[in-house]
Write a protein that binds this ligand. Sequence first.
Ligand code: PLP
Length: 356
Amino acid sequence: MGMISANQIEIHKTTSSRLSQTDFHNLGFGKIFSDHMLVCDYHNGAWEKPQIVPFQNLSLSPATNFIHYGQSIFEGLKAFKCEDGKIRVFRPDANFNRMNLSAERLCMPQIPKEIFIDGLKELLLLEKDWIPTAEGSSMYIRPFMFSLDEEIRVRASDTYKFMIILSPSGKYYAAPVKVLVERQYVRAPKGGLGAAKTAANYAASLYPAKLAQQKGYDQLIWTDSTEHRYIEEAGTMNFMFVINDTLVTPVLNDSILAGITRDSILTLAREWGMKVEERKVSIEEVLQAAEKGLLQDAFGSGTAAVVSPIAVISDQGKEYVLPPVESRSFSLKIAEELKKIRMGLTPDTHGWVTTI
Ligand SMILES: *Cc1c(COP(=O)(O)O)cnc(C)c1O
């Protein structure tokens, strides 16, 4: 038995840290993992005590439920080691709440805050030397949960495993992307799983994304599943654009993932006195604005890149070229402000930052 932390988490430390062999100049994104991970199993209707153990492979029955039927959800957030030596995590409560919404949609048990939030804090403290400090780098945090029942029969599992792994990651450079409007396939249908952060949505997106890449595009703009007329998301991010100095984004529905970056951007823009519209956005509207030169900015928003500028939108054989990235005053300003908040360089007036 290992030591017990103040948060009642059992900690088993590794005897062979990989820290000194890790090249922090070549981290990439989501490729390298820290020495430890958090694990907590759900059995007989209750969560067991969480444990922090050395990062290691799992041993699973080939009949494990999630492998066959996809009861699997996840989250993604970041921690930063700041100039004042403190560790800051951006909006972990929002990720915690969203994970429990995903859990409900996938018939999985709710995760208690003591396991998700306290477990994350404990793990980050233990792994603090793994948090990179170079400009733009961060500790990418991946909480996830999957079903464990060992039985090949379609039904919601009775047992689950919740885990958190940490990936020290370098600057996520979001090169301006060429996107293709998807008019045939859907990422998530109306009434489907789109509002949950679940593996199935990513599985559904791979084939259409591959076809788009074969045609020379980086990503897709997903449209609604009934008419293929309204924009839902951009790749694996939320979609936003600026027209006539108004920030416009598709209103949330059950096939759009409620991004935390999306919410943060809308909140700041409103505070800055900018006009903000959350409503149905047709692809025609965006393309017409682009054609008339009224589309000032268009980007995907998400934790990894924060803002991912869209350079070209292609639809039905026609390409619409957007203004150069250097001229995108809104996305440049919002990315800078979010960076300052996350790094503790400006007062956190929204209570978004958890300091460890
Ligand atoms: C995670 C995710 C986003 C972005 O959410 P953030 O909380 O901003 O990181 C957007 N769309 C999809 C499909 C996602 O899975």
